[in-house]
Write a protein that binds this ligand. Structure first.
Ligand SMILES: [Fe+2]
Ligand SMILES: [Fe+2]
Length: 290
């Protein structure tokens, strides 16, 4: 749910809840900074717009905490592989960096399209803050009526001002965040492989991967030698889905792994992807700390 924790102390008498919220946002951003630094990315070299969007997500949603958990899982994953795999199968420095950074930034698109202004970014982030909406088939307009009853009309206008149609289904709206992630990260100091892996993090889901690519001509160029569809992209997908199953889906480790295997096995394109199953096997063999 959205909070008021980004208001300055002058604006509002902070309740202890709000103070805690603000402290946790600050802690989250400090962690983000440290994780980027460990992966070799100095946040100072990344555009201020990207950092500002991450801040908004940390204030309004669980997203940054989710992404940080995925990046932390990635670090645990590499440590586990280092301990049990032969040297030639271990992960190289560029691969590690790609997975950690792509995990951290994969959901930055939950702040809306590149051209969104402050109000538009906030609107979109607040929509993503509402979790467990039971029916993704409802329209955005209906979603506003149900979850933001007091200013649903105003939100629909702000949505329209972004060039988006409030008649679209929520499911289609949610799926847009991958394309927005791509737009936001492109050319802003984030390595190209990272941009691709982040934008591709929902390939395994009900989004047709080719459709994701077709939505934005520029994504096509990411399937080249410079940013291949390799195990780094697949690990970002696996970790994102695993974490979602654990936190949002409240599944145990074993249940999350079984669900993940089933998800891949039933996917028309990835059902026979041995590399993907191998990653899930490695994750299954770990005892991840969340
Ligand atoms: Fe996502
Ligand atoms: Fe995610």
């Amino acid at each position: 749910m959205h909070t008021d924790t980004d208001k300055s102390p002058a604006d509002v008498q902070l309740t202890s809840d709000a103070r805690e919220g603000r402290d946790s946002v600050r802690a989250s951003l400090v962690r983000l900074d440290a994780m980027c630094a460990r992966a070799g990315l100095d946040l100072e070299g990344v555009s201020a717009a990207i950092v500002e969007r991450m801040r908004l997500l940390a204030v309004v949603t669980e997203t940054v905490r989710d992404c940080e958990r995925c990046a932390d899982l990635a670090e645990q994953f590499f440590a586990h592989d280092d301990a049990v795999k032969p040297p030639e199968e271990r992960w190289g420095a560029i691969e590690r960096r790609t997975v950690v950074l792509a995990s951290l930034f994969s959901d930055i698109g939950k702040t809306g399209p590149n051209h969104a202004d402050v109000s538009g970014r906030r609107l979109i982030a607040e929509m993503f803050a509402v979790e467990n909406v039971p029916d993704g088939g409802i329209s955005v307009a209906r979603f506003f009526q149900l979850y933001f009853a007091t200013d649903a009309g105003d939100r629909a206008s702000r949505f329209r001002a972004l060039g988006l149609d409030p008649a679209m289904r929520m499911r289609d709206f949610w799926n847009l965040h991958s394309v927005w992630t791509l737009q936001i990260l492109q050319g802003d100091g984030v390595p190209r492989r990272v941009v691709f892996a982040a934008a591709a993090h929902h390939l395994i889901e009900n989004i047709n991967p080719h459709e994701l690519l077709a939505k934005d001509e520029r994504t096509r160029g990411y399937f080249d030698a410079d940013a291949p569809f390799d195990r780094t992209v697949k690990l970002v997908i696996v970790l994102d889905k695993y974490d979602a199953a654990r936190r949002r889906g409240q599944r145990s480790h074993a249940d999350a792994i079984a669900w993940l295997r089933q998800l891949v096995a039933s996917h028309p394109r990835f059902a026979h992807d041995h590399e993907l199953f191998g990653l899930i096997d490695s994750l299954a063999a770990m005892n991840p700390r969340l």
